[in-house]
Design a protein around this ligand. Structure first.
Ligand SMILES: CC(C)(COP(=O)(O)OP(=O)(O)OC[C@H]1O[C@@H](n2cnc3c(N)ncnc32)[C@H](O)[C@@H]1OP(=O)(O)O)[C@@H](O)C(=O)NCCC(=O)NCCS
Length: 260
């Protein structure tokens, strides 16, 4: 938003009208789709003369409207939503969170306070990210994943301040339904399996199988959990979830599978 309006300010040469400044502030503070719609339609009128002959500005204005009107997401007025990101319906973005361009956030997600979402990060529908999480480029979370408070992701395996390593970002994939406990650190280049559970304060240094319960430094397989998050007690190679009745079979020492 800032770069667009700085340009507007420089174009108007003289001080922008109080009316224009007020509408810009209204848009910055708008939290709901209805508020954003109101602010944008007032700005449409206020900017008409300024935008008239400028193709580049008109394009930027259209992009801004597309970002703000794309869905009914809620963004607290202290959140920063960059142009060009995608945010789904019924998603809520809380205090001081920053969503950068090209990030894709699904429907019904919750991003807690002070969260950072880097460009190209993808969050599937229903993802919940607790407070103080940085989602760096290369992180992808599938639907219904839970990222606990102060979880730390990484994307460079051997960072050096003086050496640019942007071309060497390593991906992290958190598969459907997985949960990551508070204050865990995920070393990049690994996949956390579907419905896996990483206990609080763990250090993940390897890929985690589906439905695995892992914790510790480094995180190690402790036991298996159902999709609903309950410990599975295996009788031979079979187990039943005590909460849902879902049945699981142990395929190897390192993999189980839901069979019904
Ligand atoms: C892993 C977890 C689900 C509990 O698992 P559990 O099997 O019921 O654990 P228990 O409490 O029965 O503990 C079993 C043993 O594992 C240890 N343990 C449990 N969680 C651990 C963890 N995260 N890291 C290391 N050890 C852990 C316990 O100390 C205990 O050890 P002991 O037998 O030597 O005393 C839970 O500890 C956890 O980490 N939950 C995540 C909470 C969270 O981050 N929530 C975020 C939203 S607020």
């Amino acid at each position: 938003m800032n770069s667009f309006f700085s340009k507007i300010k420089s174009l108007t040469r003289s001080t922008p009208s109080v009316e224009l400044l007020w509408y810009m502030e209204y848009l910055r503070m708008a939290e709901t789709l209805e508020d954003r719609r109101t602010a944008l339609s007032m700005l449409d009128v206020a900017l008409k003369e300024i935008l008239r002959d400028d193709l580049e500005l008109n394009r930027a204005w259209a992009a801004m409207k597309a970002t703000y009107l794309q869905s009914n997401y809620f963004a607290h007025h202290t959140a920063t939503i960059d142009l060009g990101c995608k945010i789904g319906n019924d998603t809520k973005i809380w205090h001081n969170t920053h969503v950068m361009k090209s990030a894709v956030i699904g429907d019904r997600c919750i991003l807690g306070q002070n969260t950072f979402v880097a460009p190209n990060v993808v969050l599937g529908n229903g993802t919940k990210v607790q407070n103080n999480v940085s989602l760096y480029e290369g992180v992808r979370c599938e639907e219904d994943t839970f990222i606990g408070p102060s979880v730390v992701f990484t994307n460079v395996i051997n960072p050096r301040s003086a050496i640019e390593r942007k071309a060497e970002f390593m991906p992290t994939l958190v598969k459907k339904g997985a949960s990551i406990g508070a204050n865990s650190t995920i070393v990049c280049g690994h996949t956390i399996g579907a419905y896996a559970f990483v206990g609080a304060g763990s250090l993940v240094t390897s890929c985690i199988p589906d439905n695995a319960m892992v914790y510790g430094h480094p995180a190690r397989l402790q036991y298996w959990v159902s999709d609903a998050g309950h410990r599975l007690a295996f009788d031979g190679d079979k187990a039943v979830c005590s909460a849902t009745g879902d049945k699981y079979i142990k395929e190897t020492d390192l993999s189980i599978k839901k069979i019904s």
